[in-house]
Design a protein around this ligand. Structure first.
Ligand code: G3I
Length: 405
């Protein structure tokens, strides 16, 4: 299933009824903050009062997120190798992050050239940058249905030895990669997105599942633990904030735990919007892990500006998506305000949950985000820093409880 189909499911589950008080927040004001300056890197051309952003504090007064949340959780951001030298993202990473994730270059399609042959060039660049800047690295990911090179599955699938051959390739890949990054990565998303989006079996019907059955998850986790006894091992998935999806994930997890399979935590991607989910749903997801003795990482947080997309927007083809917002319009700023309140609600929750050990946004600043082209090409500014790398309303809402977005 592709990303569209995945998020289609998510969107259908969230529905449009999720519109909440978030969408009706008021505007204006910068209460409780000092040294106000205009937020407008792109000023509104409208003359209406509502078509302007809030007054934001001087960026120079922004506290480092990693310091603000010190003692609660690591603050992470995902980045491509070219972003570690980029004038927008590098300063943000250095100032605010004490964890980072490679957006793509540690996935199997990037590292696994062929059986036993690896390309670590880009991953090494990320590791070197992180090491030089005292930033820990989350490994993403050892196994994912969307990044499963054909060589893993080469051969005659009807032969008696096929299953064992594929299993051996998987074990060798995980053993070699985890060994290579031993001491350089503090956690691995060992298995990414294994949970079904449909009622019934908890298992996604991936190629891995088709060849190895549910055992593939256990095989992967055991190989990772054997290669590195101390790195934290995660299953990472999206829509854990949806009760049905969470129940399927936990059913899968319970099977693993009953069998004594090594697993340290659950990664909650949290690709969310201005109107979904309610905080209670995310709290329930954390608690489900906690009651099983597992820790929680928020692994891919972003808040889309489009809180009213219908489920069809995430179908193939995508239809009915909200039209692109235009920066500087009243609708844009309304969404930015709703986003700030959503971010605040989420970080308040994260900080209240001792089991949350790491929180990563899926990107650094709004100049680079996968949501610019998914589900359709349109403006989307889902992160805490604007397209120039300056703190947005969402940032100030997170670090200052009296800030009015
Ligand atoms: O690097 C090539 C470039 O050389 C080529 O010209 C271009 C043409 O399409 O493609 C570039 O690769 C793209 C790559 O991102 C880097 O931009 C791939 O096509 C594109 O598929 C890839 O998308 C990534 C996606 O995972 C699939 O791997 C996104 O950047 C990345 O944000 C996204 O991340 C996933 C998480 O791993 C798992 N959870 C969902 C999340 C969002 O989809």
């Amino acid at each position: 299933m592709n990303i569209s189909a995945q998020l289609s499911r998510r969107s259908l589950l969230m529905g449009v009824a999720g519109a909440s008080a978030l969408a009706s927040c008021g505007g204006g004001g910068g209460g409780g903050v000092s040294s106000p300056v205009s937020s407008g890197s792109t000023a509104s051309s409208s003359s209406t009062a509502s078509a302007s952003g809030p007054t934001l504090p001087d960026p120079a007064t922004a506290p480092a997120l990693k310091t603000h949340f010190n003692g609660k959780f690591l603050v992470g951001m995902t980045a491509e190798p070219n972003e570690i030298n980029n004038a927008i993202s590098q300063p943000v990473l250095k100032a605010h992050a004490n964890s980072m994730t490679a957006e793509n270059c540690m996935k199997p399609h990037a590292i696994g050239t062929s059986a036993g042959v690896y390309n670590y060039t880009l991953a090494d660049q990320v590791i070197a940058f992180a090491s030089a800047n005292n930033i820990a690295v989350r490994g993403h990911t050892l196994l994912w249905h969307q990044s499963a090179p054909d060589w893993f599955f080469a051969g005659d699938s009807t032969s008696a030895t096929y299953r064992a051959t594929v299993q051996a390739r998987l074990e060798r890949y995980i053993t070699d990669v985890v060994t290579y990054f031993k001491g350089k990565v503090y956690a691995w998303d060992v298995v990414n997105e294994p949970t079904s989006d449909s009622a019934g079996s908890p298992y996604r019907n991936s190629r891995w599942y088709q060849v190895l059955g549910a055992d593939y998850i256990e095989i992967a986790l055991r190989a990772a633990r054997a290669a590195d006894p101390t790195v934290k091992l995660f299953i990472n998935d999206y829509s854990t904030e949806n009760a049905d999806k969470l129940a399927r994930l936990m059913s899968l997890v319970d099977t693993l735990l009953t069998r004594g399979v090594p697993l340290d935590g659950i990664g909650h991607q949290l690709h969310i919007t201005t109107t979904w989910p309610p905080v209670a749903n995310v709290r329930a997801a954390f608690q489900a892990a906690e009651t099983r003795g597992l820790i929680n990482h928020v692994t891919e947080l972003d808040v889309s500006l489009y809180g009213s997309d219908p489920g069809s927007c995430f179908g193939t083809p995508a239809t009915g998506c909200a039209p692109s917002l235009t920066e500087g319009t009243a609708a844009y700023w309304d969404s930015i305000r709703a986003q700030a309140l959503q971010y605040r609600a989420m970080f308040d929750l994260f900080a209240s949950q001792p089991s949350v050990k790491s929180v990563t946004t899926w990107g650094v600043a709004d100049n680079h985000t996968w949501l610019s082209s998914f589900p359709v090409n349109r403006l989307n500014h889902p992160l805490l820093f604007d397209t120039t790398g300056k703190p947005k309303s969402a940032f100030w809402a997170v670090v200052n409880p009296t800030f009015v977005p």
